[in-house]
Write a protein that binds this ligand. Structure first.
Ligand SMILES: Nc1ncnc2c1ncn2[C@@H]1O[C@H](COP(=O)(O)OP(=O)(O)OP(=O)(O)O)[C@@H](O)[C@H]1O
Ligand SMILES: [Mg+2]
Length: 359
């Protein structure tokens, strides 16, 4: 029993992704979430690669600017790690062990995947519950990350005067936001089988929810970066110029952009999602998807829904992680709604604030 029962410091969510840093703060009162503040700033090329921060100081100063602009109340943060330096795995272990004993026993396993030196790996576990087949054993979720990768994030935040309180794995932050959307959106029946496809810059992830649990996850290397590269190549632009033109629907680009570059890419997104849906049907037996939600920056491409719906069929919509939430008056609602599909991970992280005292 703790004597003072200190309340944990509230956190904001910060998603350091491959194309941008995204900050989001939520509050909760009267059974309702509220978007208190948010800010996004684009990253230049090669600042973050393979989900790993290459230029720590640059990211630190971007986070400082975001904090100055958004003025969040909390100065503690929930962040996520992802990419080749992170592994997650469910294992079964004897019941009744202390967490530290479990970690000591399993530390060697992630070391085999991530590198040779165990001391360079950060390991954490979460007990999921009793194993279905052997009741004397428990299922344990193991998450491991190369320390250097994690420390780069913590240092970048420290440079901006922020403290890391929660380290999540990107895919669980995404799942967390997905679960919240299915609960908060009156148009979605959370008991049905629903898919979320997030088309980011470098990766496209499909999650499927059944009986209010994630039952399927699949990732492909595909995303908006391919479009950026094509714009760069065709119009001889550098990364920043191409990325800017892409996000603004072709600003400054010749008239043939839409027909020659953008429309074929939209068809490719539709094709990619369709392939992932078919793969879901052929590799699992969870049943028919009743609803497909589209997320990630590429969901903000104008009129992207039509080619996807035509190719995939069924009920397809663009996700809104802020559905059912109120929005503080200082937040620009139009900007927020435009950025919303790309804020799923930031939202899943900001929601971690309420894990302990809600639901
Ligand atoms: N309105 C838009 N039109 C076209 N493309 C857009 C638009 N908005 C964002 N994008 C593209 O979406 C991508 C960014 O999406 P998102 O923010 O989800 O990715 P990320 O989280 O940075 O990357 P990842 O998770 O793959 O590492 C970029 O390629 C960007 O150019
Ligand atoms: Mg992302």
């Amino acid at each position: 029993m703790s004597i003072w029962n200190l309340k944990p410091e509230p956190v904001i969510g910060i998603d350091i992704s491959s194309t941008a840093v995204k900050l989001l703060e939520l509050s909760y009162s009267g059974k309702k979430f509220k978007v208190e503040t948010y800010a996004v700033e684009a990253l230049s090329e090669k600042t973050v690669e393979d989900k790993k921060i290459i230029e720590i100081e640059k990211v630190g100063s971007i986070i400082s600017r975001l904090v100055k602009r958004a003025k969040p109340k909390a100065l503690h943060v929930a962040i996520a790690v992802a990419g080749p330096d992170v592994i997650t795995k469910t294992i079964t272990m004897e019941e009744g062990m202390l967490d530290v004993e479990m970690i000591e026993l399993i530390r060697e396993e992630p070391a085999q995947f991530l590198g040779e030196d165990i001391d360079e790996i950060h390991v954490d576990i979460q007990i999921l519950g009793a194993n279905e087949k052997e009741i004397s054993r428990v299922d344990v979720l193991l998450a491991a990350c190369r320390s250097e990768t994690l420390e780069a994030r913590i240092t970048a935040l420290e440079l901006a005067g922020l403290k890391t309180r929660i380290v999540d794995v990107e895919k669980y932050a995404l799942e967390n936001a997905f679960l919240a959307v299915t609960k908060n959106d009156p148009e979605i029946d959370e008991n049905e089988i629903i898919a979320l496809v997030e088309v980011g810059a470098t990766t496209t992830t499909m999650n499927v929810l059944g009986e209010q649990q994630i039952i399927y996850n699949h990732e492909e290397i595909f995303g908006g970066r391919q479009l950026t590269e094509r714009i760069q190549e065709r119009y001889e632009l550098d990364y920043e110029q191409a990325e800017y033109s892409q996000r603004t629907g072709g600003e400054g680009l010749p008239d043939d952009y839409e027909t020659e570059i953008l429309n074929p890419f939209k068809d490719e997104i539709a094709q990619q999602i369709s392939r992932m849906v078919q793969y879901y049907y052929s590799s699992s037996s969870y049943g028919k998807l009743s609803h497909i939600l589209i997320a990630g920056g590429c969901a903000s491409i104008s009129n992207i829904l039509e080619p996807i719906s035509n190719k995939v069929g069924g009920h397809v919509t663009i996700v809104n992680p802020f559905v059912g939430m109120s929005i503080a008056s200082r937040v620009n609602k139009t900007h927020l709604m435009n950025d919303a599909p790309a804020l799923m991970i930031a939202c899943g992280l900001a929601l971690r604030n309420f894990d302990e005292n809600k639901n």
